[in-house]
Design a protein around this ligand. Structure first.
Ligand code: XMP
Length: 319
């Protein structure tokens, strides 16, 4: 049984030695457990010579960018810059409905922005990556239609011309060990237990036309779902939980009026490795509360459905 803080100390020493007294390191962060723990280690090792970059692609969850900045910059003291690139991403994504095309646009734009930020910082030699052990042994733990892009999301797709040397503090750890390490380092429970969130974010959960209005509708529905799962005390039983906005309208009735609005699907799965998954057997009362709240509180949605497909043959995401 390894002592997590010893591992952290050893890593911090190694990084100091490798990077030297002047060297700079950059790394993309999402606020999830891997990038948060990796960033805390780098900050401990070299302080503000570690530059964390959060790219807001306009497809993050409700209040996410603000909350990640608050946690990482204000609470954990990490030298973080948040790039508000929502307009740029949404401009490029306008009219695109094909899932892989959406992923490609988001992946390449993310890399462009990351590279621009690296140039602004200047004289960067090292790149921090939150690679875990399962990623190392399988090259990437996710094998599916979007496997290629998942490596993009982890910035594996940065041009070789940047000549960045990799720093991978988590490459010998499994996810549960990263969580234990996070807790030992004082990372908040909220970040430590956060469900994984795909690089393309809500773009692949907002089916059909992608615009701010639809994304905002989805953000509201998603926030209600997560709030109710936490309130019911079942968030940690679930591997991933999210709302999907369907490009389908259905008829409803509100008071004396007929409505014709969007359908929202709820997807909650239990899984150990995300390669296979079972739909979560959610208590009916919780399902009922989620449905009522979404329909009552989110304008533009008048119907909620629960996804009871397993993976395989369905995937976890809808796109
Ligand atoms: P699927 O939908 O193929 O997803 O069952 C399995 C896991 O991978 C995540 N996922 C992605 N992650 N970029 C990512 O970073 C992607 O393009 C992507 N597509 C799927 C998904 O959220 C789930 O955890």
């Amino acid at each position: 049984n390894w002592n997590m803080l010893d591992i952290a100390d050893e890593f911090v020493r190694e990084v100091r030695e490798r990077v030297g007294p002047e060297g700079k390191v950059i790394g993309a962060v999402s606020g999830g457990v891997d990038s948060t723990v990796a960033a805390v280690l780098l900050k401990t090792a070299i302080g503000d010579r570690f530059h964390a970059i959060l790219v807001d692609n306009g497809c993050l969850r409700k209040n996410e960018a603000v909350e990640v900045v608050d946690r990482m910059r204000n609470k954990l003291g990490i030298n973080l810059r948040c790039v508000d690139a929502a307009d740029r991403f949404l401009g490029l994504l306008a009219g695109k409905t094909e899932p892989e095309e959406k992923r490609k646009i988001i992946g390449t734009t993310f890399i462009d922005i990351f590279q621009e930020e690296a140039l602004k910082i200047g004289a960067v030699d090292y790149l921090l990556q939150g690679t875990l052990y399962p990623d190392v042994i399988e090259s990437i733990s996710y094998k599916g239609p979007s496997a290629v892009i998942k490596s993009h999301h982890n910035v594996g797709g940065l041009p070789a011309t940047m000549h960045l040397k990799l720093i991978e503090p988590l490459r010998e750890l499994f996810k549960d060990e990263v969580r234990t390490l996070g807790i030992a380092l004082g990372v908040e429970e909220f970040s430590v237990w956060r469900h994984p969130f795909p690089g393309p974010g809500l773009a692949i959960r907002c089916l059909g036309e992608l615009n701010m209005e639809n994304l905002d509708m989805l953000r509201e529905a998603d926030a209600i779902l997560i709030e109710e799962l936490n309130r019911a005390g079942i968030y940690r039983e679930i591997g991933q939980a999210f709302a999907v906005l369907l490009p389908v309208k259905s008829v409803g009735v509100m008071g004396d009026f007929r409505t014709y609005e969007k359908v929202c699907a709820i997807r909650c799965v239990q899984t150990t490795d995300y390669m296979t998954a079972d739909w979560y057997h959610m208590p009916y009362e919780v399902l009922g509360r989620i449905s009522n709240r979404i329909i009552n509180e989110v304008r533009g949605i008048n119907r909620v459905v629960y996804d009871i497909s397993s993976k395989p043959p369905a995937t976890i995401e809808w796109e």
